[in-house]
Design a protein around this ligand. Structure first.
Ligand SMILES: [Zn+2]
Length: 504
């Protein structure tokens, strides 16, 4: 058996005006052909392990992982599509005949010219391979599953963890299903149901809370035999596109069974919609709490999720720093925080370690939510900005990076967007977050894996930004109404998509 494999992964934020380019792709992960296997991510490794056990031969195409940001610039998306097509055609040429496809995608990638990148790419695969080659994909649960995606692929598998730590297992599950389709000669029916609603990512953890309970319900349905597999997609909410919503996909033996289980799950999701609400805290209140026990058992961790690079925000907001300076905490509280600001980094590096610098920091990429501020501090560390993100199974680089100390405030300035989820980001710069009184991270949930073990308390900050949990602060204009949480007192209309394909 000859299997085509690959990966294209980015979560786009349509509110952030900073466009995604191919430069971002090359900085994060951009592998073509054999490199896909040689530098395999956990996602690819999951495909390979099952394929090897089945005695199948894999034909790699491309593996592109791009740090979240605004939508893909049109010309850059066209370039990505060209790479995609070239590599797919080359894999087909080498294989002669492709028996099946395993592809990893995010599911919430948007380009200036295309609201549904994964629908577009899976459509290209179908055009190259025809209707009869079974295709199974993995998706992030923050995918926005579309009608096109459902029509193009035989099955989709969402990660079941948030923070996402089961990428390998999701790929294994997808690969096992693909080989069972190839062996048995027929594909299960896939039913997708979608609710016109979004929920905050901050309260969508998989170990506790409403999303954990929904995942348990979905698993119970599979154990009862009501479905072969089920995936829940709360979607990432910072997408102003027509087809936005919380989706469920059910793989079942027949359409009726799949529709019944999907209906049961969407009813539970709709009933739980208010349980996802997030309690947001003012910077002043969080500082108060940290001041009560400075030097206490671990830092207070404050999530500035409104400016989360992992959710496609620009990561250059100085909102929290401005507040900390206005509160004059620099002599009392050891605070660690970061800001993306390439010009400030260049100036601090030119000055050198030990020197006092005056810098303009913040909003170097976008000024929608603020203006740069002037600071005076001492450069204490210069680094190359590279560190290992174990949870995402990859090395990342924030570009050149510096620590500028303003009293006890340690400001990490760096050049590029990077997931701000791991204490290693600060450790790579000679700072240990467990020794701080207050650490500010820019992440909705993914940071919990690294920070819950060291933090004494965690708070979500009420701050402005493109990835705010306060959806009313963002200008959604393309979504269909009624739509929760902007509307609440309505019964969601039945929107169902079924894919039913029998292999010859
Ligand atoms: Zn996600």
């Amino acid at each position: 058996m000859k299997i085509l494999i690959g990966e294209v992964n980015q979560e786009s934020n349509t509110f952030c005006p900073v466009l995604t380019t191919m430069e971002e792709a090359r900085r994060t992960r951009f592998c073509l052909g054999k490199e896909v296997v040689e530098k395999a991510s956990d996602t690819i490794k999951g495909f390979l392990s099952v394929a090897q056990a089945a005695g199948a031969e894999c034909f790699p195409t491309l593996a592109v992982k791009i740090q979240s940001l605004g939508v893909f610039a049109s010309a850059d998306y066209e370039e990505l599509k060209q790479h995609f097509l070239t590599q797919v055609r080359e894999a087909i040429r080498q294989a002669g005949t492709i028996d099946g496809v395993l592809f990893a995608m995010h599911g919430a990638m948007v380009a200036q010219s295309c609201d549904d990148v994964e629908g577009d790419l899976t459509g290209l695969l179908r055009a190259e391979l025809g209707r009869d080659v079974p295709m199974v994909i993995t998706l992030d649960p923050h995918a926005n599953v579309t009608q096109r995606m459902v029509q193009n692929v035989n099955a989709m598998f969402a990660y079941k963890t948030y923070p996402h730590i089961d990428l390998f297992e999701s790929s294994e599950a997808a690969a096992k299903l693909l080989f069972s389709i190839l062996k048995d000669g027929h594909s299960p029916v896939m039913v997708m149901r979608k609710l016109p609603m979004i929920v905050p990512a901050e309260n969508s953890q998989s170990i506790k809370g409403p999303f954990a309970e929904l995942l348990a319900e979905a698993d119970a349905g599979v154990r009862r035999g009501d479905a072969i597999a089920t995936s829940l997609f709360p979607t990432q909410p910072w997408l102003d596109i027509e087809e936005l919503g919380f989706s469920v996909t059910v793989l079942a033996a027949n359409k009726e069974q799949g529709a019944r289980e999907a209906e049961r799950l969407v009813a539970l999701i709709w009933a739980k919609r208010h349980e996802f609400d997030v309690e947001m805290h003012q910077v002043e209140d969080v500082v108060d709490l940290a001041l009560r026990d400075p030097g206490g058992a671990g830092p207070v961790v404050a999530s500035n999720s409104s400016d989360s690079p992992g959710a496609g925000s620009s990561g250059d907001s100085n909102f929290v720093l401005k507040k900390l300076l206005a509160l004059k905490v620099e002599n009392n509280l050891a605070c660690y925080l970061d800001i993306i600001d390439a010009p400030a980094v260049a100036k601090a590096i030119a000055a050198g370690v030990g020197e006092t610098v005056e810098l303009q920091v913040g909003h170097s990429l976008d000024r929608t939510y603020g203006e740069p501020i002037f600071i005076r501090g001492r450069v204490t560390h210069i680094g190359d900005g590279t560190f290992r993100l174990d949870s995402l199974d990859r090395d990342v680089t924030m570009g050149r990076a510096v620590i500028v100390k303003i009293g006890k405030i340690a400001l990490l300035l760096h050049e590029y967007s990077v997931p701000c989820i791991d204490p290693k980001m600060f450790r790579s710069m000679g700072l240990d977050p467990s020794e701080a009184d207050l650490v500010v991270v820019r992440s909705a949930t993914q940071f919990r894996d690294g920070y819950e073990p060291i933090g004494r308390a965690i708070f979500i900050l009420d701050a402005p930004g493109f990835s705010s949990a306060n959806f009313r602060s963002l200008s959604f204009s393309k979504i269909e109404r009624p739509f929760f949480p902007f509307d609440d007192d309505f019964v969601p209309a039945e929107k169902q998509s079924v894919r039913e394909v029998e292999l010859p």
